[in-house]
Design a protein around this ligand. Structure first.
Ligand SMILES: NC(=O)c1ccc[n+]([C@@H]2O[C@H](COP(=O)([O-])OP(=O)(O)OC[C@H]3O[C@@H](n4cnc5c(N)ncnc54)[C@H](OP(=O)(O)O)[C@@H]3O)[C@@H](O)[C@H]2O)c1
Length: 345
């Protein structure tokens, strides 16, 4: 049925739901940057045909999702870059249209039958691709990538995460709202409306998502649960504080990790040279440096005397790239290559 050309992922037909969102746009630019010579079918989260987007220099029509389903093209892979409520409500209608579906939202991440995948860490889970694969939250991806070289060597005993998350992590409307707030703030005007739980320009907001009964926010709950799932450490004590900061693009995390066994401090930097997708910087990465770049960047790697086998580090990554579209692309590439590639082509 589908058009996969004898295992060559770059000849595939990819369906993309939500191509006009921030992640959708970044995913299309990744396809343009890579040697992807297959084609893409663009499907809106709106039922009727809606506008056009630019792809490979041409203006391409975006089909409404009902329109696509009324005459579905057989797809090699479908990526869903929609918001969580849309995925929960409609994604199952697409199950017959594609061999594998990769969902970027929170809808299925904690479903025990759905692998939650960062290819460099647990890509083995999709060597035989299941029907549905989830890509993690942007902060989880950046924190997990930064921790992975150490956790490959030593088991964790506990972990504390503090995140500093950019406005674009909340989508296009939030980013545009923040840009408007920033202009008003710079002009000394009063800012009346806010997309976030408070005005973000000139501020930091220690709440992302709803604040739950136990004092943790929705975002903190996601980061904790997803990190445990990715590293297959269901009982690992993790605490998180997720903070929105007045940055356009690029999430940062401070990580405090206690390990089960004593660490060899001299070995720490070497672990990073051996791990694909994470670069250890001589000083420290920052969002202004990471924005627009693939991968995750780590700095301030040090022994932490607060805990017996403690390590502290700082990491940054572009939430829209490795935190979103790049991770999805790597999963697509691996699925279409029969489990071999890691998205590095
Ligand atoms: N932003 C991040 O850093 C990030 C990172 C990891 C995961 N995610 C997840 O990825 C999913 C997508 O996030 P996102 O940040 O891409 O959300 P977004 O920018 O808010 O886009 C979401 C939807 O809004 C519509 N939209 C956006 N801009 C539009 C425009 N100019 N005109 C018309 N419609 C427009 C799109 O509709 P169409 O369907 O018509 O294209 C798109 O599906 C969410 O589930 C999110 O939780 C986001």
């Amino acid at each position: 049925m589908a058009s996969k050309k004898s295992g060559n992922p770059h000849k595939a037909l990819i369906g993309i739901i939500g191509p006009r969102g921030l992640i959708g746009q970044e995913f299309l630019s990744i396809l343009e940057r890579r040697r992807f010579s297959g084609d893409a079918v663009l499907v809106s989260t709106q039922p009727k045909g809606r506008g056009r987007v630019k792809f490979r220099g041409a203006s391409r029509r975006v089909l409404g999702w009902e329109e696509f389903l009324s005459n579905p093209q057989p797809l090699d892979v479908l990526v869903c870059l929609a918001e969580t409520p849309w995925s929960k409500r409609h994604l199952d209608k697409f199950f017959g249209c594609s061999g594998a579906i990769i969902d970027e939202s929170n809808a299925f991440r904690m479903n025990p039958d759905v692998p939650l995948v960062i290819p460099e860490i647990n890509g083995a889970l999709i060597e035989k691709p299941p029907k549905l694969i989830a890509s993690p939250n942007c902060t989880t991806v950046i924190a997990a990538m930064a921790l992975a070289p150490i956790l490959k060597q030593w088991s964790p005993r506990r972990l504390v995460i503090a995140s500093y998350q950019a406005a674009s992590g909340a989508g296009r409307e939030a980013l545009e709202r923040f840009e408007k707030e920033s202009k008003d703030f710079a002009a000394g005007k009063t800012i009346y409306s806010a997309k976030f739980s408070a005005v973000l320009a000139g501020n930091v907001i220690p709440q992302i998502g709803v604040l739950g009964g136990e004092g943790f926010t929705e975002e903190e709950g996601k980061v904790i649960a997803e990190t445990r799932k990715i590293f297959d450490t269901a009982d690992l004590p993790i605490s998180a504080t997720c903070v929105r900061v007045p940055v356009r693009r690029g999430h940062s995390v401070a990580l405090w990790l206690e390990l089960e066994r004593p660490i060899n401090e001299g070995l720490l930097p070497e672990l990073y040279t051996q791990f694909e997708g994470v670069s250890l910087t001589p000083t420290y990465p920052m969002p202004a440096y990471c924005a627009g770049k693939e991968g995750v960047f780590v700095g301030r790697l040090r022994r932490d005397p607060v805990w017996p086998n403690g390590v502290s580090l700082w990491a940054c990554g572009d939430n829209l790239i490795k935190g979103g579209a790049q991770n999805v692309w790597q999963i697509v590439d691996k699925v279409l290559s029969g489990g071999k590639n890691n998205g590095s082509i």
